[in-house]
Design a protein around this ligand. Structure first.
Ligand code: 8X3
Length: 267
């Protein structure tokens, strides 16, 4: 005899047909790609978006070959017209993971590049705003929607050289908090995941304009930075909780990182 799943278990939170589509932005690498793989394994039909079409198409093929359901859609989240066009494809979706974004530069406020600050605000904040606004009707129509905002520990405290990125991530945090207040009473929950030090192929490399030496220094001597899979695991856990459970904010760091400025390094 098969025992009935206990109320509130992960099994009881399996996505319903109306809510089984999950859109992931920035799905071409790192946390976004790992999240797409894990949500597909959890039974979601994942829609992969990113600017790099070849990458997301390859990932969609990989997920499909592994028995999952995935489609790829090339999208720049800062292009509002393109985002609106993308959103017309959906009447109902269950999950939106706002992951696209990143850091540019690590200069002090006194000498930081305003163009980089602006670009970080565009991708991290306006990108999240664009996609969330465009898909909110479909998330609501599903009767059981989840908006995930992948912010950062940079959204909760600052550090020297972090100014522009920290400012953008604070704004993303505020977007998530404000949205949660504004849509309470609708069937959509808002989850913020704030990862600390995560070693991915591209985050630090992009931040330092492709300078591999500078990028490596970020993780120097840190035994085990988080992986993209670690963060994807937390995202998947939050979206597979029963619908009435809203994980407002989940801060996740490697054990070696006690705060943004206190990291244990064995050098
Ligand atoms: C990444 C965390 O410390 O590089 O979002 O700002 S940090």
């Amino acid at each position: 005899m098969t025992a009935a799943a206990p109320a509130g278990s992960a099994a009881s939170a399996a996505p319903s047909p109306a809510s089984r589509i999950a859109v992931v932005t920035g799905a071409s690498s790192g946390i976004g790609a790992a999240t797409a793989r894990q949500l597909a394994a959890a039974g979601y039909r994942v829609v992969l978006t990113a600017r790099r079409k070849d990458r997301i198409e390859a990932l969609a093929e990989e997920i499909t070959a592994a028995g999952g359901q995935a489609t790829a859609y090339a999208l720049d989240v800062t292009d509002r017209a393109a985002v609106d066009e993308f959103a017309t494809a959906f009447r109902k979706i269950g999950v939106l993971v706002n992951n696209a974004g990143g850091a540019l530069g690590a200069d002090p406020v006194a000498s930081g590049d305003p163009a980089q600050w602006r670009q970080m605000y565009e991708t991290n904040v306006i990108g999240t705003l664009n996609v969330t606004q465009a898909l909110l009707p479909a998330l609501t129509a599903s009767g059981d929607g989840t908006v995930v905002v992948v912010s950062s520990t940079a959204g909760h405290g600052t550090y020297e050289g972090g100014g522009g990125y920290v400012a953008a991530k604070h704004a993303e945090h505020v977007l998530a908090e404000t949205l949660r207040l504004e849509i309470v009473g609708t069937p959509v929950r808002v989850v913020e995941i704030a990862p600390g030090m995560v070693r991915t192929d591209e985050f630090a490399l992009t931040r330092f304009g492709g300078d591999a030496e500078k990028a490596a220094k970020v993780y120097a001597g840190v035994a085990e930075p988080l992986t993209a899979e670690d963060v994807a695991d937390t995202i998947t856990w939050t979206v597979t909780r029963p619908s009435h459970v809203n994980i407002d904010l989940l801060v996740v760091r490697p054990r070696a990182q006690a705060s943004n400025t206190k990291v244990h390094r064995e050098l």
